[in-house]
Write a protein that binds this ligand. Structure first.
Ligand code: NAD
Length: 264
């Protein structure tokens, strides 16, 4: 515990269960003194998330379906009514249909699937970021979660990789627009982690294994490292860092050839 986030308030979007990256981040932020609001997608999720949030103290939970403007309006209205201003935003939301997260990207990407993946996984950060910035008169920091499938081809990741590329580009444009207001905007590119979203990807288990075996550190990406990077970006330690995509993946992103026979 410490006080890196003391006096800071923010919204965490995307906790679905105890394995969610958003939950890992929330716990570290809370341990550093942050005051947190949590948004959840629907009532079924609320029932699952509430006990987690309650473990951190008095819960502040808000419904927000990122595909619905009225829902987003109501969410940010509740934040404004209760707190007036906020200091940070955590965006850990993505979605693509199961049928698109398998096989040929070229064959399996439908117009509707493309639209949904882009809307939920990329536009939602632009929209939430805009709304959050209106509550950040004293500056602030925003972080979204992304994955290497945006930069390189990963089997089955398909339309989600394209959406993550849009998300990372959006992060840079948002950082440019909001920079003069003292608001930093960054993306955190995490290695594969065992979450609900990962379970939706065909071959997710193999992806975890490859991530581990080909990474520089020969280990899984650890939640504490991902959450620690979020803490860096969201706290004042992250001053001057904006428009960045920070990889936390045990070095996997920088490897071209995992090993040579002579090496072994
Ligand atoms: P998760 O399933 O726990 O979280 C995904 C969240 O998105 C859920 O809370 C879900 O409710 C939310 N969501 C989906 N559609 C929504 C909508 N219409 N409105 C509101 N919320 C909606 O899985 P996770 O792995 O923690 O995913 C969080 C983020 O991290 C995602 O952007 C994901 O792509 C990214 N990420 C995950 C990994 C990984 O290996 N798990 C790696 C890198 C990046």
């Amino acid at each position: 515990a410490g006080d890196l986030m003391k006096g800071k308030r923010g919204l965490v979007m995307g906790v679905a269960n105890k394995n969610s990256i958003a939950w890992g981040i929330a716990q570290q932020l809370a341990a550093q003194g942050a005051e947190l609001a949590f948004s959840y997608q629907d009532d079924a999720l609320e029932r699952r998330v509430r006990p987690l949030v309650e473990s951190l103290g008095e819960p502040f939970m808000i419904k927000a379906d990122v595909t619905d403007d009225a829902s987003m309006d109501a969410c940010f209205k509740q934040l404004e009514d209760k707190w007036g201003t906020i200091d940070f935003l955590v965006h850990a939301i993505a979605f693509a249909g199961k049928d698109e997260l398998v096989g040929s990207f070229t064959e399996n990407t439908t117009r509707e699937g493309w639209r949904r993946a882009m809307e939920i996984s990329a536009f939602s950060f632009v929209d939430a970021g805009k709304r959050a910035s209106h509550l950040m008169p004293n500056g602030g920091s925003m972080v979204t979660l992304t994955y290497l499938g945006s930069e390189r081809v990963v089997p089955s990741y398909n339309v989600m990789g394209v959406a993550k590329a849009a998300l990372e580009a959006s992060t840079r444009y948002m950082a440019r627009d909001l920079g003069p207001s003292g608001i930093r905007v960054n993306a955190l590119s995490a290695g594969p982690m065992r979450t609900l979203a990962m379970a939706g990807i065909s071959g997710g288990k193999a992806l975890m294994k490859t991530g581990r075996e080909w990474s520089m550190m020969k280990e899984d990406t650890r939640m504490e490292g991902v959450a620690g990077a979020a803490l860096y970006l969201l706290s004042d330690l992250g001053h001057s860092c904006t428009g960045e995509t920070l990889h936390v993946d045990a070095g996997f992103h920088a490897v071209a050839v995992p090993s040579m026979e002579d090496d072994e």
